[in-house]
Design a protein around this ligand. Structure first.
Ligand code: FEO
Length: 396
């Protein structure tokens, strides 16, 4: 594959992972990319690398431009191995003694990943590195995505190399926002919901800080997916909006079922919500991936979780989803639980405990139905639907 000149003397030299379908628990139905960047200047500089298995692809792309040995500086914006798995192979070719710039936490974390005694050059937040004609500035972005994360900003070119932030898990023929248009936004939204949602308060602070600094962006180049050159402000504004987690008049009824009883309850709740003008959707956990559900959770105002009681506990898919959601810390939701049981019926209580731990407002003690819901039980489900509808915002 040919390198792409994204600006004069700046190339994207990473790799496309067409076949990855699971990215540590996130379903990547359309693959991903590991973007890396080569800057030709008095000091030739490489920003980031790729997953281990793509290191040779990356070296081949670099070699189409220059001999890798001519690279003077290597920058690691983030330690996670989708960007550093290829680092040992790349450093071996570039030269083990070449300066390796990273944040202080990057130095610590890279040293914990790799035994090599590289020539680490930890940088301070806001420090600069002259390449000759260009200056690079480093901006610490702790927890976006790891404590070691930082951005590198090419000042004269006004290009932000944003590591994980503003990325998407998408592999396609398009590499820029103007080539794919609106079709990229669902991928960017899913990425935000699954990778960055728990850091939403930090994102709000970071975007405000960058705005105060008056940084201009001609391009925003993340390490995953397409690069933003037509309208970088679009993804920045989207991050601001998503970080605020403003609830809509939208409810998700997320459930699993053994013999359709919990499902009957779910449908009764959904039908009532629909009649009350709520954007309501039943989601059977057996048929939907947790990472797609979390994307829907982002702007939902209500989450109604249903589980049968199995062996005195939650149904496994419900446990899985609640654990995943708890880690991502969504905010601004009302919530309730429901479920069918045979003889013990612990599921509703267990769901409520999880919902409490997530700081959702639980608006009902929860509905338990023994075996198969009768008409009275279905009426109770409808009443719960009405109660939720009354509490949701009327705007959408
Ligand atoms: Fe793309 Fe946090 O790694």
């Amino acid at each position: 594959m040919k390198p792409i000149e994204i600006a004069e003397d700046i190339y994207e030299v990473g790799a496309i992972d067409w076949n990855v379908r699971d990215f540590h628990g996130y379903s990547t139905k359309e693959g991903s990319t590991y973007n890396a960047f080569l800057i030709l200047d008095d000091k030739i500089t490489l920003i980031d690398t790729v997953k281990k298995e793509f290191a040779d692809d990356m070296l081949d792309r670099i070699s189409q431009i220059i001999d890798p040995k001519k690279i003077d500086y290597v920058i690691s914006n983030h330690t996670e191995m989708d960007h550093t798995g290829g680092l040992p192979r790349i450093m071996h070719k570039v030269g083990e003694d070449k300066p390796l710039y990273c944040s202080k936490m990057g130095h610590k974390n890279l040293s914990s990943h790799f035994p090599q005694k590289w020539n680490y050059q930890p940088v301070e937040n806001g420090s600069e590195l002259s390449l000759g004609k260009r200056t690079l500035a480093f901006l610490e972005t702790r927890m976006l995505h790891w404590p070691d994360s930082m951005f590198t900003y090419a000042k004269e070119d006004k290009i932000l190399f944003s590591s994980d932030a503003f990325g998407q898990h998408y592999a396609g023929p398009e590499r820029f926002d103007d080539q794919i248009g609106d079709a990229i936004m669902p991928h960017a939204r899913k990425y935000f919901a699954n990778i960055l949602l728990l850091y939403a308060p930090l994102i709000l602070k970071l975007v405000n800080k960058v705005t105060e600094m008056g940084l201009e962006f001609k391009m925003v180049c993340p390490d995953h997916g397409i690069m933003w050159r037509k309208d970088p402000s679009r993804i920045i504004q989207a991050y601001l909006e998503w970080s605020q987690q403003t609830p809509k008049r939208k409810a998700l009824i997320i459930y699993d079922t053994m013999w359709h009883s919990t499902e009957m309850m779910a449908h009764a709740i959904v039908d009532t919500l629909g009649q009350e003008g709520v954007d309501a959707k039943p989601i059977n956990l057996r048929n939907s991936h947790r990472s797609d559900i979390i994307t829907e959770v982002l702007d939902a105002g209500a989450l109604v979780i249903g589980s049968p009681t199995l062996n005195n506990g939650l149904f496994p898919t419900v446990s899985d989803f609640l654990t995943y959601m708890k880690g991502l810390k969504p905010k601004n939701k009302i919530a309730a639980a429901f479920g069918s049981y045979g003889w013990s019926g612990e599921a509703v209580k267990l769901i409520n405990k999880e919902l409490e731990d997530m700081n959702f407002e639980i608006i009902d003690p929860g509905l338990k139905v023994e075996f198969v819901p009768d008409q009275a039980s279905l009426e109770a489900c409808k009443a719960l639907g009405k109660k939720i509808a009354e509490r949701l915002p009327t705007f959408s």
